[in-house]
Design a protein around this ligand. Structure first.
Ligand SMILES: Nc1ncnc2c1ncn2[C@@H]1O[C@H](COP(=O)(O)OP(=O)(O)O)[C@@H](O)[C@H]1O
Ligand SMILES: CC(=O)N[C@@H](CCC(=O)OP(=O)(O)O)C(=O)O
Length: 292
């Protein structure tokens, strides 16, 4: 008998307890711009999401698209800078952000999922007032801090067998306001409002690294705070870990930061003994060994 077939059958068999555990679960997946890669990688990600839905998980994809925003801003000659991992966003920038995120990036993911046989629907935080924001910090301009989440639209989409794909662009309390929301922040806010079973933050590193550059496979909120205070967690990792702590506080069971460029990263994390990346959680007992 071919060894590969035997290994495949064993992997499927090993997945049973996880398939049972996650049936009906809500899993919010943040797909970062740096994790997206080429069309083949996008198709592979889409396939994982469709498989999740097929086995009874309710996935919500919240995407980023920072590098794609940078490209268009560059072509338009608009300068852009980041403060603590968030883009300083003036009026011209927020228009480009909405165009790129709600348009190009959102529809690329929707199409990729549908091409794999899923039923994806692309929305932004503006649709049905899904994410209502207040200004995050005057220094950042039109960057939003989510203050109200109306997640019924997501539940309606789950009920209809659809996969929501959410662009992190939000509305405000006043008429005609548009806010740029960091993708991790948006994903965390939605995961918290849904009390999701898992929040997976897909990025371009294999997890949260310590001073020596090794990935820390399990972290408590206090360990995250210590690494941040020591400056080991920096740049784009700051919104991710801040999001993770806020999401746990809001009732998400666990947050995993993992490398979206690894083939089948989501499946590896959810449905195998192996796990992937760095898991951050408060008190939940360890349910499976975590290797690298
Ligand atoms: N302690 C750390 N561990 C891992 N990555 C870190 C750490 N501190 C800073 N980073 C940086 O954070 C980046 C991930 O954030 P970001 O580029 O915003 O990702 P994404 O576009 O996927 O949201 C990594 O590529 C890495 O350069
Ligand atoms: C406020 C803020 O920084 N918004 C982000 C939104 C996109 C994003 O989060 O993209 P990644 O996940 O690919 O980094 C931005 O303007 O780049």
């Amino acid at each position: 008998m071919n060894r590969d077939w035997i290994a495949t059958a064993r992997t499927l068999s090993e997945a049973l307890p996880y398939l049972q555990r996650y049936a009906g679960a809500v899993v919010v997946v943040k797909f970062g711009g740096n994790a997206m890669g080429d069309d083949a990688a996008m198709a592979e990600f889409a396939r994982d999401i469709v498989l999740m839905r097929q086995v009874g998980v309710n996935p919500v994809v919240v995407h980023g698209g920072g590098p794609m925003i940078n490209d268009l801003l560059g072509k338009l000659g608009i300068k852009s800078e980041f403060v603590r991992g968030k883009r300083v966003t003036d009026k011209a920038t927020v228009e480009v952000v909405e165009m790129v995120l709600s348009g190009l990036v959102n529809k690329r993911i929707v199409q990729a999922i549908n091409d794999q046989g899923g039923r994806a629907v692309g929305i932004s935080g503006k649709d049905d007032d899904l994410i209502v924001c207040e200004p995050d910090d005057p220094e950042l301009g039109f960057v939003g801090r989510p203050v109200e989440m109306n997640v019924q639209i997501l539940r309606d989409l789950f009920g209809a067998g659809m996969i929501p794909v959410v662009a992190p662009v939000a509305t405000g309390r006043n008429e005609n306001e548009t806010f740029n929301v960091n993708g991790d922040t948006a994903a965390g806010a939605l995961a918290g409002a849904l009390k999701a079973d898992r929040l997976l933050l897909l990025t371009d590193v294999s997890g949260v690294k310590d001073e020596s550059g090794s990935v820390v496979t399990q972290l408590s909120p206090q360990e995250v705070r210590d690494l941040t205070a020591r400056g080991v967690i920096a740049g784009g990792m700051i919104p991710k870990t801040e999001t993770a702590l806020a999401a746990l506080e809001a009732g998400v069971r666990a947050v995993v930061i993992l490398d979206g460029r690894v083939p089948n990263a989501c499946l590896l994390e959810l449905f195998t003994d192996h796990g992937a990346g760095s898991i951050i959680r408060s008190t939940e007992p360890r349910v499976k060994p975590r290797g690298q």
